[in-house]
Design a protein around this ligand. Structure first.
Ligand SMILES: Cc1ncc(C[n+]2csc(CCOP(=O)(O)OP(=O)(O)O)c2C)c(N)n1
Ligand SMILES: [Mg+2]
Length: 602
């Protein structure tokens, strides 16, 4: 049975009755590798093929029958890793990605960096041409062999390895999985020597069970620090909770809400991270924005105690709020992030002043704090609505803006349960209401443009078969860089809606050129040069159709928006992949679409 024609139950690429090599008792090095990937429970391996791992490829297909893990063929290695990233953003668990020798790994690097900055587990596997020079084919094996290949990604992976013997493979794979899934999570890389893969080993060695190599249970906070933190929070007059990197777990979400209510604390949430608090809750503060908004700064400055639940940039938030003034709030930090920091990437952000550091996962800290806190009995200061960011410049009625796109999408979605996998840069604030940890998945972690489509496919894969409609709203620049990721969604029947907020520009950077020109009293009118994606305008809907997806648009007329989005949703509900190219007018980006519903103390 050829690839793509698998049985219905197994999906494309799954071979119903693999000719199992173990019937012959004749095993190869890569069989051990494949069996270990099965043992750690990787459901999928997203890949782009290469001769450096032809041995492993054979084992996955002809030994394991392309099931558990099942291959997901990708048109670019960056997509393979971005898919694994998106998948783990939903499930919290890693899938695999396999990339060819040095060149495949080079293509994959940006996506690895995104997963690293997003603290997301990915088991990245790769290969090198034969380490033993005597075994190299002329030319090609030499250019595709590098000493210390892991060095390409070592600065933004938790661990990497290149086992030197077949006997060393099981431990390497087990450790990789354990490292990736021990908090703080992150990508790991294991490189398999091509010669080792292609070594005939005869009988299979006894392979270890993964059961004894699992990630440890989360650590509990230091009791004295916990007591101190609870006491500080209990007597706080104006506590604020900064909800950063939290899990997609429903029970943890409920405990977070309970903590905020118990403390009567204002909650700020970060669009860079997945939804962490109900948008419409009375304690939800103003939109914090990617950089802290003035309204959020005000809330922070008024706080006497700040609890950071692994806020991505706590030092930056404090600095934005206080500037050079002394920070007079007490700061409690719940985070394990310090364990990942290295000397290469500064994604660790500034060093935040911290009065109490609970060195645990934020969800663990919340669960540990709750039993020692009692809901407030004394009446709190009244809460009053406050106005949010300045009203956006009003757009002409005949154009679609990023915010009217959000409104149109809400209209088209109606009462459906959705997962907003990504949002465009122009959607600051609370452009979408959240009531569940899977309502929004946050950003790409590393600010690496081009990862959006792959991440969307991976998240949609994880959501396939659930009642949640997967929607990614992407910039045109992001979409065009990663557009061929759609092919994988179409090929493997992964329902997905991509809405392109298409301003025909790498617009974020137009704003930078605008700033430069103003600062230097130079012509602002030139800001579009080297930024606009026009003449010709790429036909993104056609690029989607060219890969078997259903492409809609370009939609320019506001009156057409909701109708078109509804048709696209129907396509997705029927199991398809739909892309809607919506031409949005740049310059009407705003922070709020829900109105000034939030409250703060008077
Ligand atoms: C790999 C990479 N290249 C370049 C950039 C710089 N950059 C940041 S935002 C941006 C524009 C993205 O364009 P688009 O996705 O269309 O979003 P828009 O700003 O237009 O809303 C660029 C080029 C980046 N972050 N990552
Ligand atoms: Mg754009």
């Amino acid at each position: 049975m050829s690839e793509g024609q698998g049985s219905k139950s197994l999906g494309p690429g799954a071979i119903e009755r693999p000719a199992l090599a173990n019937e012959t008792g004749d095993y190869w090095g890569s069989d051990v590798m494949a069996l270990m990937l099965r043992e750690i429970g990787l459901p999928y391996v997203a890949l782009n093929p290469g001769a450096s791992y032809r041995g492993l490829h054979d084992s996955l297909v002809n030994l394991l029958g392309n099931q558990a893990p099942q291959m997901l063929l990708c048109l670019h290695e960056e997509h393979a890793v971005a898919i694994a990233h998106g998948y783990a953003k939903v499930t919290g668990k890693p899938m695999g990605a396999i990339v060819h020798s040095n060149v495949g790994l080079m293509h994959a690097t940006m996506a690895v960096f995104n997963a690293w900055c997003d603290r997301t587990p990915v088991v990245l596997l790769g290969a090198t041409g034969p380490v033993d020079a005597a075994k190299r084919r002329p030319w090609i094996d030499w250019i595709h062999t590098a000493a210390d290949q892991g060095a390409l990604v070592r600065n933004y992976t938790k661990w990497d390895d290149q086992p030197a013997s077949v006997a060393a493979v099981p431990e390497s794979v087990l450790r990789a999985y354990k490292m990736a899934t021990t908090a703080p999570n992150g990508p790991v890389y294991v490189c398999f020597d091509a010669a080792l893969q292609e070594t005939r080993i005869g009988d299979l060695p006894q392979l270890p069970s993964a059961a004894r190599f699992k990630a440890p249970a989360p650590a509990a906070p230091d009791p004295a620090s916990l007591k101190e933190a609870a006491a500080l929070l209990a007597k706080a007059e104006r506590p604020v909770i900064l909800v950063g990197r939290t899990s997609r777990d429903e029970a943890a979400w409920a405990r977070r809400v309970e903590l905020a209510e118990t403390l009567d604390a204002i909650v700020l949430t970060d669009p860079k991270t997945g939804s962490g608090f109900p948008t419409r809750h009375r304690l939800q503060g103003p939109p914090a924005g990617n950089m802290l908004s003035p309204e959020a700064c005000e809330i922070l400055r008024e706080a006497d105690v700040i609890l950071s639940l692994d806020w991505v940039d706590l030092a930056g938030a404090l600095k934005t709020a206080w500037g050079d003034e002394e920070i007079n709030s007490k700061v409690i930090l719940a985070s394990l992030d310090h364990q990942l920091h290295n000397g290469w990437s500064m994604d660790y952000q500034g060093l935040a002043p911290t009065d109490i550091h609970l060195a645990v996962e934020p969800d663990v800290a919340v669960a540990a704090l709750l039993p020692s806190l009692t809901p407030r009995s004394r009446p709190q200061a009244p809460v009053v609505p406050v106005a949010v960011a300045e009203a956006p410049p009003s757009a002409p009625a005949d154009v679609i803006t990023p915010v009217s796109l959000a409104a149109g999408l809400r209209d088209a979605v109606g009462s459906r349960t959705t997962c907003i996998i990504r949002t465009p840069l122009a959607w600051g604030g609370h452009a979408w209401e959240t009531n569940h940890p899977l309502d929004m998945l946050g950003g790409d972690g590393g600010g690496g443009i081009g990862g959006g489509p792959g991440m969307a496919v991976g998240a949609a894969l994880a959501l396939r078969g659930t009642a949640r409609l997967p929607i990614a709203v992407l910039g045109d620049g992001d979409t065009l860089m990663g557009i061929t990721a759609l092919w994988t969604a179409v090929h493997y029947r992964i329902p997905l809606l991509i809405v392109v907020a298409n301003n025909n520009s790498f617009f974020n950077d137009e704003l930078h050129q605008d700033r430069m020109a103003r600062q230097r009293s130079r012509p602002v009118a030139n800001r579009w040069i080297g930024q606009r994606i026009a003449d010709p305008e790429p036909d993104i809907a056609m690029l989607a159709r060219g890969q078997g997806a259903t492409g809609f648009g370009p939609v320019r007329d506001p009156a057409e928006l909701v109708r078109t989005l509804r048709s696209a949703i129907e396509t997705v509900e029927a199991g398809g992949v739909a892309l809607v190219d919506v031409r949005v007018e740049p310059g009407y980006a705003t922070t709020m679409a829900l109105g000034s519903h939030f409250t703060r103390r008077a």
